[in-house]
Design a protein around this ligand. Structure first.
Ligand code: AOS
Ligand code: MN
Length: 399
């Protein structure tokens, strides 16, 4: 049975990194709907990220994107972040917006373009030296639109060479996070299309290279929690770019489209004891808020990740392993669903630090599951858990 104090503690210690670009204006190729008050400078984006942290208590770092967040003095920017109560997180490279990159960046057939792109990766490590960032996050838009356009195998060689240069430039605890994406902007073949390609390059590079899973970058129906579980087992899961998708790389709020998927992912994290900052996974958001207010949307996303995590922490793992070992399919599935169907909002309502309980109506706990209601073994477990939830002191209102 999950220990609620341990669950609370784990939620307090959870860390979620926000992306600087999510605070600025964004849109589709059809229209960017500008919003009033969006940040104009890296400093203003940092101030917005600090606001998210103030309200959630679990988002103490913000990822930068270079050159979108280029400044003259990165140490000063780092100090500015610290004055605002947060720190600078992953440095994201941008080798997809220059005309030179029409046929690719580090995989381009032209060695001069490859040099320029690789130099940008090295520049990003220089910036990390000044910001104190640990993570160099690499996403390559490189790929082909037409069969025969370029040599698939040579492009892998060029990619490996650029990654090697960047890897050899790392020092201290710095590391590479290699993201993958099934398609877009390339439509026929992408040079890092999936976790397997990213994983193989990371293995070739060495221990300081790990995979970044962007939850929006898979074919429909892909079992992402399997990828999570596999990479954890190999010690090669370095980070997430959380967001939601309905169709492609929609970049909607994490946990909005498929909260059950997010729960299943977080269960694998909890299952591997990989939730703590010490384990080293960078739980980042990678989102754009095109029609909704940005800071509240990012707060909502952080809370959605926390809710999925809370449910994952509530899984009765001893009972689950026992049911699995006994081959009791329905009981095992029931135990997992039982945790997923628990309303954890009361657990989070006072804020993750638990010191700011907000008075408010009790939304749903008694209505959802009635303690004592006969729903079989799984139902009785749920009733017991809710009984404890309902009587917990940090709950804002009594049922
Ligand atoms: C692009 O599709 C990727 O998700 C990257 O993480 C990218 O750097 C980020 O979305 C900012 O554009
Ligand atoms: Mn991403």
């Amino acid at each position: 049975m999950a220990d609620l104090n341990a669950v609370k503690q784990a939620l307090r210690e959870q860390r979620i990194e926000t992306p600087s670009w999510a605070f600025g204006n964004s849109g589709t190729r059809f229209k960017v709907f500008a919003q009033a008050g969006v940040p104009r400078t890296p400093e203003e984006k940092i101030a917005d990220a600090a606001t998210v942290h103030r309200f959630t208590g679990v988002a103490p770092s913000v990822a930068l994107h270079i050159p979108w967040d280029k400044v003259g003095d990165y140490s000063k920017l780092s100090d500015f972040a610290a004055e605002n109560g947060i720190r600078l997180g992953a440095i994201n490279t941008n080798v997809f917006q220059d005309d030179d990159y029409k046929l690719g960046s580090v995989t381009n057939p032209d060695p001069a373009v490859r040099r320029k792109a690789t130099d940008h990766l090295l520049e990003a490590v220089d910036i990390m030296d000044q910001t104190g960032s640990r993570d160099l996050k690499l996403w390559f838009s490189d790929g082909l639109n037409y069969p025969g356009q370029d040599d698939l195998r040579l492009r892998q060689d060029r990619l490996a060479a650029a990654l090697r240069e960047a890897y050899d430039r790392l020092s201290g605890d710095q590391r590479i996070l290699l993201e993958y994406k099934l398609f877009e902007p390339a439509f026929y073949a992408t040079d890092v299309p999936d976790w397997g390609t990213s994983y193989a390059h990371c293995v070739e590079l060495g221990p300081k290279a790990t995979v970044c899973i962007d939850t929006g970058h898979h074919a429909p129906g892909t079992n992402i929690e399997f990828i999570v579980s596999f990479l954890l087992r190999q010690g090669k899961l370095g980070a997430f770019d959380f967001n939601s998708r309905f169709y492609a790389d929609d970049d909607l709020m994490a946990g909005a489209a498929d909260p059950f998927q997010l729960f299943r992912i977080m269960y694998e994290i909890v299952r591997a004891d990989a939730l703590t900052p010490e384990y080293g996974i960078n739980f980042m958001l990678d989102q754009c808020h095109n029609i909704e207010a940005k800071i509240p949307a990012i707060i909502r996303s952080v809370m959605n990740v926390q809710e999925a995590t809370a449910k994952a922490l509530l899984v009765d793992r001893d009972a689950l392993f026992a049911a699995q070992a006994a081959g009791d399919v329905l009981e095992a599935n029931g135990i997992l669903m039982d945790a997923y169907n628990t309303d954890v909002r009361p657990l989070l309502r006072g804020g993750p630090r638990g010191e700011r309980a907000r008075p408010g109506p009790d939304r749903g706990v008694p209505a959802q599951r009635l303690p004592g209601e006969d729903r079989g073994r799984a139902g009785r477990r749920a009733a017991g858990r809710l009984g404890r939830l309902s009587s917990h002191p940090w709950r804002s209102t009594a049922p």
